[in-house]
Design a protein around this ligand. Structure first.
Ligand code: AKG
Ligand code: FE2
Length: 274
């Protein structure tokens, strides 16, 4: 299936082996070497069940993964539409060491805590450019019940309706997660080394338990547009993201006007309470 169709139908595109396995292995080995963590020795595993690794290296996405870069550009309407600051992968891994390992396993469901929409650095509007895609970058294979992110691909429509109803914009702490109650399709991400899973930015997701004894190495990589989306393009020449939003709202076009200014933090840091 073509990338665009796949995105419109499933709100995700799973690119297998999008990063060279050798590079992934090297970056993961480097993490272990720098931190002294040894998975066979629990005393070396940090007490935090999750954590972000310090970022010590980055690589332009087109260099690391032409496949992922082509897919991103195709979905967003071309390379020139993408914010320069979001054109890199890094080793600032999002780690899940052993979250909930001592509790009975619970699969993806609305009952799990923590469902959210990404984007803590900006005020959220239906047409916001800041979180245009959410790429899950997988540095080492993730089997079942090994910390793979839980996600609900059918959250896109309820999120679109919520954002459409709030032209004044919503703070990132708005309880978007409650909309999982309207979802039926709950999944657990499993993936191989070097896979990149491109999710629609309005896919609700949450971390899962990791009783596997194996650290989960991933990034939740944000890709931003330079400009806000346009939901009423003359001629209907929509990028896949815009088309998916119109499809979710079941309309041909939308003259969406924001009623409060856009706002974001410096860089990508967490925005304060309003
Ligand atoms: O750790 C995970 O699987 C999900 C993390 C996440 O969604 C986030 O950090 O925004
Ligand atoms: Fe997230």
């Amino acid at each position: 299936m073509k990338i665009r169709e796949e995105f419109l139908q499933h709100h995700m595109v799973h690119l297998k082996g999008a990063l060279p396995a050798k590079m992934c292995e090297e970056w993961v080995a480097d993490y272990f070497a720098r931190t002294g963590i040894d998975e066979s020795d629990p005393s070396t595993i940090p007490d935090d069940t999750n954590g972000f690794a310090a970022s010590t290296r980055t690589i332009p996405i087109p260099e690391a993964s032409p496949i992922a870069w082509d897919a991103i550009c195709e979905l967003l309407g071309g390379e020139d539409k993408i914010d320069e600051r979001t054109r890199f992968f890094s080793n600032g891994f999002n780690l899940n060491y052993n979250f909930g390992a001592d509790e009975p396993w619970q699969g993806p469901s609305p009952d799990r805590p923590g469902w959210h929409k990404d984007g803590w650095f900006f005020r959220h509007f239906l047409d916001s450019p800041e979180q245009a895609l959410l790429c899950l970058v997988v540095w080492r294979d993730i089997g079942p019940q090994s910390g793979g992110t839980f996600f609900a691909p059918d959250s896109v429509a309820p999120i679109c309706r919520e954002l459409r109803a709030h032209p004044e914009g919503l703070h990132h702490t708005h309880p978007f997660g409650k909309l999982v109650q309207e979802c039926e399709d709950f999944r657990e991400m499993t993936a191989g080394t070097g896979d990149v899973i491109i999710l629609h930015p309005y896919v609700l997701h949450t971390r899962s338990q990791n009783p596997s004894g194996r650290i989960r190495f991933m990034n939740n990589k944000v890709v931003s547009l330079q400009e806000p989306m346009c939901l009423n393009r003359p001629g209907g020449d929509y990028n896949a993201l815009e088309a998916s939003i119109l499809q979710a709202l079941d309309i041909e076009s939308l003259d969406f006007q924001i009623t409060r200014a856009r706002k974001r933090s410096e860089g990508f840091s967490r925005m304060d309470e309003e």
